[in-house]
Design a protein. Structure first.
Length: 74
């Protein structure tokens, strides 16, 4: 674990087994006396299942993008 913040799009499942997309930020939480993260904090924001565009077509969010990780220390 490098201790970096991760940001990206994930596909999650609800209780009924249906998938949905979330914009995610995951932060490592470290003890003050060590470099290893043993706990994580996640911030998830639901993304609508489809984004309607002109002409009636729909576009699904792509899970392929990811921002550059940023180091963070607690």
């Amino acid at each position: 674990m490098r201790g970096s913040v991760w940001r990206g799009v994930l596909r999650n499942l609800d209780r009924a087994g249906r998938s949905y997309w979330v914009d995610s930020t995951i932060l490592p939480l470290r003890a003050e006396d060590g470099p290893t993260a043993h706990h994580f904090k996640a911030i998830l924001t639901a993304i609508p299942p489809t984004i309607r565009i002109e002409g009636g077509a729909s576009v699904r969010p792509s899970p392929c993008w990811q921002t550059r990780p940023t180091s963070i220390r607690f």
